[in-house]
Design a protein around this ligand. Structure first.
Ligand SMILES: *Cc1c(COP(=O)(O)O)cnc(C)c1O
Length: 396
């Protein structure tokens, strides 16, 4: 019999709709794709140049497992400058993307049966990464009344003798919501008092619109920093998803475990991509501001349009490039006889009948919702919204 642990893993549900959209695109059908979970921008040229330079210099061999020292130092500099976080280079582990960093983190933390509290809506991979590493995901739904943010009280009510860690993802994929300092302080106090670890996924920290500020929970004091693994990377901030560079910042004894694990699994992250990441982190941040400005425009457009469509409601995202929309008012309605029963049937019908792709909320533990990515240009977004409006008008 093949591995039971792996057979219990469900393939990422975002890929089901994505695969179908791709199939239709390949047939030449014009799809407006709000399903994509990555920036549509090209990697900025100074970052690409750094990679080309690395190749020319022959920077093509193994690096130390946890990343080459200049990059570890640059990450420490960045964490201090941006997040008021103080780490030593030996506390940084560079991996093949933030997803790999998460995987290392749970592998280092979990014993069989350990519970990990995952606030829903959550990023698709969290529960599965926990399961792969022998843990038990404990899904804790956050209410829309609290802007989809989990409270310390709700976490306290879910604690058991097996609770080992809590995932904090701010800004949040898929809701775009950001935790405030006081919300994080309450969660941090609870973690310290109950001897829990925090996995803090901060991959969207730079994509924030308006007045809200990103706070790293690890920056709230020495005690909480000692029990937090910060997850970050260059994929979303610098449009570098394909380069595969992510990293953790954690106490040295945890970093050492993750590094020795990684040494036997994948060794170091790609040497050339590490040099590109160095250029991204130490170079001019103007490119980030430019991409952010484009995302902000699209966000404003999408929010305004979606709010104007009867039956759809959304709360404004303060960060990321996602919009999380309640479609439950459409359930029970039908399109030419085909009934919408949930967000998956809505997304499927919308793709088939209106050629608009988005991701059903079942993927994020929020079945009444769908996720729109605004990773397409305004013109396409406009076309997509028009198709969506027309589709909804045709519902009975
Ligand atoms: C995209 C994403 C990641 C993974 O990023 P990579 O560095 O590309 O592996 C991790 N967490 C969240 C919430 C994401 O949306």
């Amino acid at each position: 019999m093949l591995a039971k642990k792996v057979q219990s893993i469900t393939p990422s549900p975002t890929f089901v709709i994505n695969a179908k959209a791709k199939e239709m695109k390949n047939k030449g059908i014009n799809i407006i794709d709000f399903g994509v979970g990555e920036p549509d921008f090209d990697t900025p040229s100074h970052i690409k140049e750094a990679a080309i330079q690395a190749i020319k210099e022959g920077f093509t061999r193994y690096t130390p497992v946890a990343g080459y020292p200049e990059l570890q130092e640059a990450i420490c500099y960045k964490l201090k400058k941006d997040n008021q976080l103080f780490y030593q280079p030996q506390e940084i582990v560079v991996s093949n993307g933030a997803k790999h960093s998460l995987s290392n983190a749970f592998a280092a933390l979990l014993n069989p049966g350990d519970e990990v509290i995952i606030p829903a809506p959550y990023w698709v991979s969290y529960p599965e990464i926990v399961k792969i590493n022998g843990g038990v995901p404990v899904i804790l739904p956050a209410s829309v009344k609290h802007n989809f943010k989990i409270t310390a009280d709700a976490i306290a009510a879910a604690l058991t003798a097996r609770t080992k860690a809590i995932i904090v993802n701010s800004p949040n994929n898929p809701t775009g919501q950001i935790y405030t300092r006081s919300e994080l302080e309450e969660i941090a106090d609870l973690a310290v008092n109950h001897n829990l670890y925090i996995i803090s996924d901060e991959i969207y920290e730079k994509l924030i619109y308006g007045e809200q500020q990103h706070i790293s929970i690890a920056s709230l004091g020495e005690e909480i920093q000692a029990r937090t693994i910060v997850i970050n990377g260059v994929s979303k901030t610098y449009a570098m998803t394909g380069w595969r560079i992510g990293y953790t910042a954690s106490p040295a004894h945890i970093a050492k475990l993750m590094s020795s694990l990684q040494s036997h699994a994948t060794s170091n992250a790609n040497s050339i991509a590490q040099r590109a990441a160095l250029a991204a982190i130490l170079g001019s941040q103007d490119c980030v501001e430019q991409m952010k400005a484009a995302f902000a425009k699209r966000r404003d457009y999408m929010v305004q349009k979606i709010k104007a469509i009867p039956k759809l409601t959304c709360i404004e995202p303060d960060g990321t490039f996602y919009l999380f929309v309640d479609v439950s008012n459409l359930f029970g309605h039908n399109y030419q006889g085909q009934v919408i029963t949930d967000s998956l049937s809505f997304a499927t019908l919308l793709l088939e009948k209106a050629q608009v792709a988005l991701i059903p909320g079942t993927a994020f533990g929020a079945p009444d919702y769908v996720r729109f990515s605004y990773t397409l240009d305004l013109e396409q977004a406009q076309e997509g919204i028009e198709r969506l409006e027309k589709f909804i008008l045709q519902l009975n």
